[in-house]
Every structure is written in C-alpha cells, then in structure tokens.
Design a protein around this ligand. Sequence first.
Ligand code: GTP
Length: 329
Amino acid sequence: MSRSIPVVVLAGYLGAGKTTLLNHLLRAADGIRIGAVVNDFGSVNVDAMLVAGQVDATIGFGNGCLCCAVDEGELDALLDKLVHPDGPVDAVVIEASGLAEPADLVRRLLSSANPHIEYGGLVEVVDAVEFHDTRAKHIDLDRHLRLADLVVVNKTDRQSDAAAVLETVRGIAENATVVATSHGQIAPGLLFDRPAPDVGARQLSFADLLDHHEHLHDSYRSATFVANEPVNPRLLVEFLRKRPTGLYRVKGPVDFGAAGFGDRFLLNCVGGYLRFRRTPWPVGEPRRTQIVLIGHDADPEAAIEELVACVEPAEENDIFTALRHTDHD
Ligand SMILES: Nc1nc2c(ncn2[C@@H]2O[C@H](COP(=O)(O)OP(=O)(O)OP(=O)(O)O)[C@@H](O)[C@H]2O)c(=O)[nH]1
C-alpha cells in the first residue's frame, strides 16, 4: 500500500518558539523520521540530529522566507525530494518564517500535485508572554489563530497568568485544539501517525471497539474504532463536523459498503480539514472501518460511542455527504 506522508505547517510570529518546537519534535519523535523544511538552518540542531540518527532529510532556503522563495511548482519539487513511497521520511514539518502568511503556505500544500502528501495540519505557535503585545501590534494574529488547526500556547513557564492567555486564545480560535506548553514540548503523537493496532481477523467484541490508549506523559490520548459492518457516510461526516475541538486528528480506512460502491475511503481529518481518498480495497486488506482518534483534552471513549451509532444502513443519498469531501486516486 502506498504511504501517505503528513506535511505539517508550523507558523507563528517572530520568536514564538517555532524552532524550539521543531527541535523538540526531532528529538522526541521516537522512531518517526521527520523531514524538516526550514528557512534558517543556523537555528535547527542539525548536527545533533544527525548524530542521533534522527534527521533524514533537511532542506534550507537561501533567502530566508519559504513563502517568498517557492511558488507552487517549486514547493512540489522540494517535497518530491522528501516525499515518495520509499522515501526517507515518515513526516514533514515546514517551518514558515515568522512573517509568512500561513494561509498561502497551506493553500500551496493543498494544491500540490504530489500524490503521497497528506495534509498534516496548520500549527500556530503563540508566545504566552508577548501575546497581548503581539496582538496589539499584528492585527492578523486573530485571523491566524482562527485559521490554525492546532494552537500551541508556548512559554507558559514565563507567564504567571497563562490561564487567562489560554482562555483568550480559546475564545478566538474556537475550532482549534489549544495546547499549553513550555519549550514547545508537545507530544509528537498529536501530529504524526502511530501504527494502528493489529486487531487480526477474529470477531470483534464491544471491548475491542472501546480499545483505547492513554498517553498520560504525552498529554494526548488516542483510541481506535473498528467496525466490521458498513458505516453510514452522512452520520460519519456529521460526527466529524461536530466533534469536540480537542479531538485533533481522526483517520483511517472507512467501509461505506454498497453505498460507497464497495470502495475503500481513506479518511484524513485534521482540525478543520476533512478529506477522504477513494481507492479500491487492496487485495488482502479486510473490508472494515478502522479509525484512529487522537486528541488533547478530549474524551475518545465518548467519541467511540458516537461512532458506534454511525454503524447504520445508508439511505440512497447519504453517500453524497462524503463524496463532497472525497478525492479519487
Ligand atoms: N522561557 C522559555 N523560553 C523559550 C520557550 N520556547 C522558546 N524559548 C526561547 O525563545 C527564543 C525564541 O525561540 P525560537 O524557537 O527561536 O522562536 P522562533 O519562533 O523559531 O523564532 P523566529 O525563527 O525568529 O521566528 C529562544 O531563545 C528560545 O530558547 C519557552 O517555552 N520558555
């Protein structure tokens, strides 16, 4: 099966902590090979990463601004070096320069012709200490927060009233997952895939459906929903649209049965982004839905109960709700 490589865009105003967060991800990725696309080589700890065998591909830009440096074609060429089925990386992080417009970068990424790329979310890093000043100086900050799929409120170690900053950010970025950190220490599992558990070919019990994992030290939780009966496309899309904001990523193969023309619909839902990729079921892959839910401050168990309620026969037009969000291979 061809791999899809998540590409995460890391944005935030000058000095918010983007490079610190990237370095943390490179250190803590635990076997996930990250390709880092940066605009300032000097500040990324490339030597240390090479020593630890953690960096497999890094590409820098001469003029310091990714957004200005590449048009759509050039971004594609750049990602082609990093992203192909047998390529050297499992995930890519593009660090936008402090002044870049994140919407441009996301748009360029989404229109990429590279078939192996998967949108991995827009992460906006915010300096908790400078938040009010930055907001006063940059009228675009609120808009950037609203665009973000994940907001990282960083430098909470230096902000005595971090709770107030968090509340303000949550009020602005209503649909984003908001995480408080110091030194950018978010759980890599919030951004990048972990392999789905192998549930084998046996009959699944309700306990299997509720199979979930807590990563207490990582401050994120994941759960896996498995269904052997077809899922109703309308109910699934409604669930995804209304899910709690903390449920950051939802992904995996979905079986809509005859309503889905017997095809496999690969779901990739990150923050406000929702897309299915429709392909025939690969030979040997069991036709069943296997969705992984990854969240921060969210209750995956409650979400799984809602997903159980989506296992329903589809009405004639229900598939159109999913097709509106579907790409063909
Ligand atoms: N106290 C504290 N310092 C931090 C934290 N995160 C980052 N820093 C420091 O803040 C400064 C800026 O961090 P960077 O990671 O370089 O920020 P950036 O967003 O990449 O900056 P630009 O590339 O200039 O836009 C550095 O000196 C970091 O060591 C944090 O959570 N707490």
